[in-house]
Design a protein around this ligand. Structure first.
Ligand code: AR6
Length: 182
């Protein structure tokens, strides 16, 4: 399963799969503000990437990372060069600033990727697991923020969303189609 959309010569693509399998310059972790590790994507990245990732984030970011922001580290044993640890919001009621925080988490990841010379970046569906953000609302923000970023920047060349279930994939595909159909 895969689907793509070209914006300004760069590609947004959707794949069904595991974020830790992605052969890209940077993979995004769905982290928490303490950068303490956890379940879901975070657990998978630290398990497959090995202990050097946590050792580095502890050393470089002892105060963690605020919600709506992101920090970067090397990627240990993963095939990516970098892991960008993004902290999405916990879903409350949708009126507690969640959309702006989710958008800024994506924006920060893309800015860090550009600053570090990344040509490709893979995102999971940040906040839609343990943090309970509704997938359709998260997809609209993730895709919308990415498309806007590509309109304004000439890199990265590839922004990939890696969806873990067919249902999440279909929801992201609907969001992607809604921006591609005039
Ligand atoms: N690859 C791609 N997507 C995945 C994978 C994987 N290996 N594993 C899960 N997903 P979550 P959050 C999907 O919970 O909601 C952690 O404990 C999953 O189905 O990983 O931002 C952190 O430490 C869901 O759609 O992240 C934080 O405390 C999406 O990835 C907290 O969870 C995000 O689910 C962050 O919660």
């Amino acid at each position: 399963m895969s689907e793509r959309y070209v914006v300004n010569g760069q590609t947004i693509e959707l794949v069904l799969g595991d974020i830790t399998d992605q052969d890209v310059d940077a993979i995004v972790n769905a982290a928490n503000s303490h950068l303490a590790g956890g379940a879901g994507v975070d657990g998978a990245i630290h398990r497959r990437g090995g202990p050097s990732i946590m050792a580095e984030t502890r050393r470089k970011y002892p105060d963690g990372c605020p919600t709506g922001s992101a920090v970067i580290s090397t990627a240990g044993e993963l095939s990516a060069r970098f892991v960008i640890h993004a902290v999405g919001p916990i879903w409350n009621d949708g009126n507690s600033g969640e959309p702006a925080l989710l958008a800024s988490a994506h924006q920060c990841c893309l800015e860090l990727a550009v600053k570090s010379g990344c040509r490709s970046i893979a995102f999971p569906a940040i906040s839609t697991g343990v943090y309970r953000y509704p997938v359709d609302k998260a997809a609209a923000i993730a895709i919308g923020t990415s498309a806007q970023f590509l309109r304004e920047h000439s890199t990265p060349n590839i922004i990939r969303f890696v969806l873990f279930s067919p249902n999440a994939y279909e929801t992201f595909a609907t969001a992607l189609r809604s921006i591609t159909t005039p």
